[in-house]
Design a protein around this ligand. Structure first.
Ligand code: GCO
Ligand code: MG
Length: 408
């Protein structure tokens, strides 16, 4: 088999997505996701200008060789743009290989290790009644694990609180925040640290001890602040505390770890195994948060998760709406196959996105399943995609009360 064409499709149904479609001389096509929220066109250009010309004529079955060739021949390694572009190629090649085999992709990864994939959804509220309603809505939708985010008194707009968005439903900042400039939010870590433990106490009192609860710190604390929060949340038995610090400094997690038994999840902004070397080998975290889309695809994620497995560290693959249905499907096939699966993040895409990307995965009683269609199980409706052209969009950013830029 030979690759005869590779097309980069940028579409913006509910938000921007970058998709790579690889076509072969045998008529089999494969899809890969290269969406990098707020920097989409950089990946589209990396692919179209620098990668597509290298793919034409290659054997699509040589996935490992293609991965190593793209990673090593560029000379410039790592980074979110490069690794998202490699991921798009890698996932599209796995889609082709599985379609050629006539099997759903998870079969090629070793077959199912479980019946379904436990998923968590995002509940949030400006106050406790709103938060409780949001948790109940998620339970009604079938979620059996819930991430809890809340407003903080004195802070106007906090990451993760849906009711603050224009439509009151989504907080993923698109299309609500499609704007020529990034939206500015405010932040106060001390106010947040004072407020959050009481919110978790109230949620536990209302919903009981069993419901797995998660929380995302979104990189805003220093190591000692994160240590304090982890310790104070211990009575509420969190499933995980995510991204408590900006973890470019992996050693910082030693301090957090020394002080708390709250499980730690990190890595949605990481893109290679090297970003985890200290975190994994010293067992400083419990869950790997990388997205298949931003970490070099199935080939690299599999290696990263196998490495983590040696240290009893599990997967918690990133799955917000800025991962396209193609990237989500790739995650689901991997989740089903690996032994050290932990949990999968699942934010629902909007109706327009589901029209552009036809999907075969299911969500039943809290569990996702990628379905039995050969390949990834996602088809791209290119005519529908063409109706939604790219729109400039940025993620927000934060400033402290005195005007200092803070981690968002
Ligand atoms: C999560 C993430 C996302 C990010 C988003 C940025 O845990 O799902 O923190 O909500 O903010 O992916 O593009
Ligand atoms: Mg996160």
């Amino acid at each position: 088999m030979k690759i005869t064409a590779a097309d980069v499709i940028v579409t913006s149904p509910d938000r921007n997505f970058v998709t790579l479609k690889i076509t072969t001389d045998e008529g089999i096509t494969g899809l890969g996701d290269g969406t990098l929220n707020g920097r989409e066109l950089a990946v589209a250009s990396y692919l179209a200008d620098h990668v597509v010309p290298l793919l034409i004529g290659r054997d699509p079955h040589r996935i490992e060789d293609t991965w190593q060739f793209l990673y090593r021949s560029a000379y410039w390694r790592r980074g979110p743009v490069t690794m998202a572009a490699i991921a798009a190629v890698d996932v599209a090649l796995w889609d082709i290989k599985a379609k050629a085999a006539g099997m759903p992709l998870y079969q090629l990864l070793g077959g199912a290790s479980r019946n379904g994939i436990m998923a968590y959804g995002h509940a949030s509220g400006r106050d406790l009644p709103e938060l409780f309603d949001s948790i109940r809505q998620h339970l009604e939708q079938g979620y059996r694990s819930i991430r809890v985010q809340t407003s903080v008194p004195g802070v106007n707009a906090v990451y993760g609180v849906a009711a603050q968005s224009t439509d009151g439903l989504r907080y993923d900042y698109e299309p609500a925040r499609r704007a020529p400039l990034p939206a500015e939010e405010d932040w106060d870590t001390r106010a947040y640290l004072r407020h959050l433990p009481g919110v978790f106490e109230a949620v536990r009192n209302e919903f009981g001890p069993e419901l797995p609860l998660l929380h995302d710190g979104h990189h805003r604390m220093t190591p000692i602040q994160a240590a304090k929060l982890g310790k104070e949340l211990e009575p509420y038995d969190l499933f995980w505390l995510e991204d408590c610090t900006p973890a470019e400094n992996q050693e910082a997690l030693r301090l957090v770890r020394q002080h708390t038994t709250t499980p730690l999840a990190i890595g949605e902004v990481f893109n290679t195994v090297w970003d985890y070397q200290t975190l994994i080998s010293e067992q400083l975290i419990d869950y790997v948060r990388s997205a298949v889309t931003h970490t070099g695809g199935i080939t690299a994620m599999r290696k990263l998760l196998d490495y983590a497995a040696q240290y009893q560290i599990k997967s918690g693959i990133h799955g917000p709406t800025d991962i396209s249905p193609v990237g989500m499907a790739a995650a689901l096939h991997l989740d089903l196959a690996i032994h050290n699966f932990g949990i999968q993040e699942y934010m629902r895409h909007g109706a327009a996105t589901n029209e552009v990307f036809r999907q075969s995965f299911t969500f039943t009683d809290g569990y996702l399943h990628p379905g039995e269609q050969p390949g990834l199980g996602v088809e791209l409706d290119e005519e529908a995609a063409a109706r939604f052209p790219y729109q400039q969009a940025y993620l927000p950013f934060s400033r402290l009360k005195d005007g200092t830029v803070h981690d968002w």
